[in-house]
Ligand binder design. Structure first.
Ligand code: FES
Length: 88
C-alpha cells in the first residue's frame, strides 16, 4: 500500500516512492527546504519533528534525549514505515 507523507507547514502531501533513498530525497524532490550538513545521521542539522506515524532510521547519533522526547527525526537517514505527518 502506498505511503503518504504530509508536510504540515508547507501544506503539501505526497506519495512515498521507491526511488527515494531517504525522506531527505523526497523533501528535496518536493521542494521542501531543510538544512543539511553530514547527510549521515550524525550532525543533527536536518532534524525535523514527526507529528504522526512511524519512521525507520539507520543512525540516530544526531538526536539527543530531548530531541527523541520531542519526536524529532533525521530525514537524511529516515524512511517512512507508515503514513506520516512532518511539521515542516
Ligand atoms: S544532515 Fe546531519 S543528521 Fe541529517
Amino acid at each position: 500500500m502506498a505511503i503518504q507523507v504530509e508536510f504540515k507547514t508547507s501544506g503539501k502531501t505526497a506519495q512515498w516512492e521507491d526511488r527515494y533513498e531517504t525522506l531527505l530525497d523526497m523533501m528535496e524532490a518536493n521542494g521542501i527546504k531543510v538544512e543539511t550538513e553530514c547527510e549521515a545521521g550524525i550532525c543533527g542539522t536536518c532534524k525535523t519533528r514527526l507529528l504522526s506515524g512511524k519512521v525507520e532510521m539507520e543512525v540516530e547519533d544526531g538526536l539527543d534525549e530531548d530531541d527523541i522526547e520531542q519526536n524529532m527525526i533525521l530525514p537524511c537517514v529516515a524512511t517512512p514505515v507508515t503514513d506520516i505527518v512532518l511539521e515542516v
